[in-house]
Design a protein around this ligand. Structure first.
Ligand code: URA
Ligand code: CA
Length: 433
């Protein structure tokens, strides 16, 4: 088999066989296929797309290119959730204990990474003592015992995807639905998921800006999942403005606690419950979304979800008393209100720019080696559609620095107040299954 012929076939709109795709992924991973031939194939795929069969084969080839996590010692259907990334997205912290409380095992491998705030691991580390450096046996024991554990990333997962993503990044081939969909799905499958729920964000703060593209990506991933035996569902959700009110690590932990107590922000609550309902269905604990939703409402009401969160924190060294005393979470030295300069309806809160402001305060990493400040961030006091009076607080800045004039200016530039009545945007655009 020759790489040349594979490139030529894809260039000429022909379908690649399983053998050809496996030959490409294996050869590219072990270095026997050079970068220039891989680039040519990526560009041919960018222009000519991939069939359903090709997408499924590429996904499994990438998933199997490195370690595959074996979660079979855990009882039940292991459901994972993936978000394409948003600002102030605290849903994992809410829905993990929620679905665990109704008996769906959550065995989550999470990372730190770059961004507006830290990743799930950073956020959880705002709880004093909490750590994810546990070994595999302990991880599996904890999931079987509590239905929930989070372990740090380790091992060599999907090296083919790492290499190919890096190549796509410098060859203008990132933006291809089959390549994005197989990239994301390969990582979930290698991490051991039996079933997958996807939160595909749309809007200014999202990877996919338009709703049509977001739907296309979601459909592509759901179809890959179902074709490779992983029951998959997706939600398309709004990311024009940040999700919830808090953007920052400790601030989001506090927000997650409030949401598990049934008094969180409306949008975060709704999205968490929607995604959790899908997880309960693909996890086989309910037959319909409505049935799942009732079970989840109940564990919020009777306190079981919050109890599950406490047990989870304590089992990994965390001080679970912060759940009842959230003031014991890291707190910033200064709380500064950003006051509305005029009265009117909030018409825009640009998600990614508000996220960048939080990062400049220290909530997220600008580079891999940046230190993160768990205490800082912003808390929105108003969301799109709200009426504000001149002089009322639009948001509260939590800062450890005295000099935040430039950050205040950035925040002002990215919040618009209009005289006309503005309707709050729909949070959940579509459900795909
Ligand atoms: N995120 C991924 O993990 N892969 C892509 O290809 C694009 C976004
Ligand atoms: Ca939030």
């Amino acid at each position: 088999m020759r790489m040349y012929d594979i490139i030529e076939k894809k260039r000429d709109h022909l379908e690649l066989t399983d053998e050809e795709l496996n030959f490409f992924i294996n050869g590219y991973t072990d270095g026997s296929i050079p970068e220039y031939q891989a680039s040519a194939l990526a560009m041919a795929i960018y222009f000519n797309g991939m069939s359903e069969q090709e997408r499924a084969t590429l996904t499994m080839a990438m998933a199997e290119s490195g370690d595959m996590i074996d979660l079979s010692p855990i009882d039940g259907v292991k459901v994972d959730k993936h978000s394409t990334g948003g600002v102030g997205d605290t849903t994992t912290l809410v829905l993990a204990p929620l679905v665990a409380a109704v008996g769906v095992p959550v065995a989550k491998m999470s990372g730190r990474g770059l961004g507006h705030t830290g990743g799930t691991v950073d956020k959880l580390e705002a709880v004093p003592g909490f750590h994810v450096e546990i070994d595999n046996e302990e991880f599996i024991r904890l999931v079987n015992q509590n239905k929930l554990s989070v372990i740090g990333q380790s091992g060599n997962l999907t090296p083919a995807d790492k290499k190919l993503y890096g190549l796509r990044d410098v060859t203008a081939t990132v933006n291809s639905i089959p390549l994005i969909a197989s990239s994301i799905m390969s990582k979930k499958i290698a991490a051991g998921a039996d079933a997958i729920v996807l939160d595909v964000k749309t809007g200014a703060g999202a990877f996919m800006k338009s709703e049509e593209e977001s739907i296309e990506l979601a459909k592509a991933m759901v179809s890959i999942g179902n074709n490779v035996g992983r029951n998959t569902m997706a939600v398309i959700s709004d990311m024009a403005q940040p999700l919830g009110r808090a953007i920052g690590n400790a601030l989001e932990v506090r927000e997650a606690i409030e949401t598990l107590q049934g008094k969180g922000p409306e949008d975060l609550t709704e999205l968490s419950l929607t995604l959790a309902s899908q997880m309960v269905v693909v996890g086989g604990k309910a037959n319909t979304i409505d049935e799942a939703r009732k079970m989840l409402d109940e564990v919020i009401e009777n306190g079981k979800a919050l109890e599950t969160f406490k047990t989870f924190l304590a089992s990994q060294g965390g001080d679970a008393s912060v759940v009842d005393n959230p003031n014991d979470l890291p707190q910033a030295k200064h709380q500064v209100e950003l006051l509305a300069k005029k009265s009117g309806y909030v018409s825009e809160i640009v998600a990614d720019e508000i996220g960048n402001a939080a990062m400049l305060l220290g909530a997220g990493r600008q580079t891999k080696d940046s230190e993160i400040d768990l205490a800082v961030g912003v808390v929105l006091n108003n969301k799109v559609g709200d009426y504000v009076e001149e002089g009322a607080s639009l948001l509260t800045i939590h800062s450890n620095s005295d000099d935040i004039e430039n950050i205040k200016n950035k925040l002002y530039e990215n919040i618009t107040i209009s005289e006309q009545v503005v309707k709050a945007p729909d949070l959940i655009k579509t459900l795909i299954s």
